[in-house]
Ligand binder design. Structure first.
Ligand code: HAM
Length: 455
């Protein structure tokens, strides 16, 4: 091989985003920002404040809260053991056994969800001493090692809210759902459907689960492998099954609504009445059990248009025992998390594209004297909220206007040495090509009367 030729292995590697992760690019990011801004605004009107949480936590926090047997914890977490003692165990081949046995406090996981973290923070910061209930919301990336497909990613984003403390009044359940519907309505989300259910509490659910298990055992050999396994681990999850061949069997199974204890039945009936009072339309879905262990009583899920099989944009429910399970005092809890990726997908499918992020003003400057003026004009206009493009190097007039067009600018401010010495600046409206000559103050005044695109 001649000198200077590149050997094949010398070629720089082309990197790509890891499977299940993706870059969010402009202009789509403007839609993301708009959605997040709307969440900040709507949630604030319901008295919620933002909490920012760590991206990773003790593995045990998630195992205890979500449940060690759940798909999320048993199969989907990104878990690391980064500490010396842990590494020593691995080296000595002692890293065998269950999560509990491997000193779980030494293992950390990327968060698959944030409810567990909010509860941990509530306890850690003594938030029970604040006026109750405490209403918190969060947004950010979550991580689950699922099989990627449309609407399902390994790094995905949630916008969630939690209400901790205070009573378990059904009005709280209804208000949190009302807030969600208000948020979706503000965004113009299409085909929104709210499903609700009650899955009982520790008094009535265990009896129902045993009944369900007994009934499932009778039809065991008609069920698929997943459901057969779940008869033992978590019979409720069988109700979740989408397998065509199981649907007729599931329809005949006993329904939890017929097995709620008096307190749960009353709670559920009042939640429904409270939703009606608020004009929230819902559908009862007795098969809605949710995949995380901490839920009790109210559960809900929202689906939207244009999402195919991964059509749940939001899931939530009540989890009264969770704070106690994590070492806090008995505390009521309810909340939800929206899948932001899916929400955005649905908005896009129904034609809600990201707003075009064109510039307001492109400053086509020519000549050194004009450049100093151009810098000052850019500063003034930006201070008023306009998006301004100031080319960093000298350009020919035609090229500058072409570039202004490509950037979707509304105006080109033409500044040559002549304009500067005459004190009359030229403003070209790019949509119709019209031009006007104005003094600096008049031009700035004229532009200020126009609304910046970014506002
Ligand atoms: P979840 O149902 O596991 O609940 O997730 C909530 C939402 O996050 C789902 O409805 C879906 O829109 C989105 N999501 C979940 N996994 C993925 C994925 N791999 N790719 C894209 N989107 C996904 C929770 O996480 C609970 N913490 C909700 C909650 C809060 N319950 C009470 N408080």
């Amino acid at each position: 091989m001649s000198e200077g030729a590149t050997k094949k292995e010398d070629k720089p590697r082309k990197f790509q985003a890891i499977r299940g992760t993706r870059d969010l690019l402009p202009p789509e990011t403007a839609l993301w920002n708009g959605v997040e801004q709307t969440a900040h605004e709507v949630f604030a009107t319901f008295g919620f404040a933002e909490i920012r949480l760590p991206i990773f936590e003790s593995t045990d926090l998630f195992a205890r809260s979500i449940g060690a047997e759940t798909d999320v914890v048993s199969k989907e977490m990104y878990t690391f053991g980064g500490f010396a003692e842990f590494s020593a165990k691995v080296r000595e081949g002692r890293m065998v056994g269950t999560l509990e046995e491997i000193a779980p406090e030494e293992m950390i996981s990327l968060r698959p969800e944030a409810t567990a973290s909010v509860c941990r923070a509530y306890i850690e910061h003594g938030m029970h001493a604040l006026p109750q209930p405490v209403k918190l919301y969060y947004m950010g990336p979550m991580f689950r090692r699922e099989r990627p497909q449309k609407g399902r990613y390994r790094q995905f984003y949630q916008i969630g809210a939690e209400i901790l403390g205070g009573p378990d009044a059904p009005a709280i359940d209804a208000e949190v759902i009302e807030m969600l519907m208000t948020f979706f309505e503000r965004l113009g989300l299409q085909g929104v459907r709210l499903d609700i259910n009650s899955i009982g509490d520790k008094n009535c659910r265990p009896k129902y689960v045993e009944l369900l298990r007994a009934e499932l055992l009778k039809v065991k050999n008609k069920l698929g492998a997943d459901s057969q396994r779940r008869i033992e681990t978590n019979p409720l999850r069988v109700l979740d099954s989408k397998l065509e061949s199981e649907q007729a069997i599931i329809e005949k199974l006993p329904r939890i609504a017929d097995h709620l204890c008096q307190d749960c039945a009353t709670h559920y009936a009042t939640v429904k009445r409270q939703l009606e009072l608020r004009g929230v339309v819902y559908r009862e879905n007795w098969r809605l059990v949710r995949g995380l262990d901490y839920y009790m009583r109210t559960t809900f899920e929202i689906t939207a248009a244009g999402l195919g099989s991964q059509n749940a944009v939001c899931g939530g429910g009540r989890y009264d025992g969770l704070v106690e399970l994590l070492g806090g005092s008995p505390t009521k809890g309810i909340g939800f998390a929206i899948g932001e990726d899916r929400l955005i997908l649905s908005l896009q499918e129904s034609g809600k594209a990201a707003p075009l992020q064109g510039r307001d003003v492109y400053i086509a400057w020519m000549g050194e004297k004009a450049y100093a003026t151009a810098i000052r004009a850019a500063k003034d206009l930006r201070a008023t909220g306009f998006s301004v493009e100031l080319p960093p190097i000298k350009q020919k007039f035609g090229k500058a206007l072409g570039q202004a067009d490509r950037l979707g600018a509304r105006y080109a401010l033409i500044l040559g040495d002549n304009e500067v010495s005459e004190g009359l600046w030229t403003l070209k409206t790019l949509a119709d090509g019209s031009q006007q000559k104005l003094t600096e103050p008049d031009l700035l005044e004229f532009l200020r009367e126009q609304k910046p695109v970014s506002s």
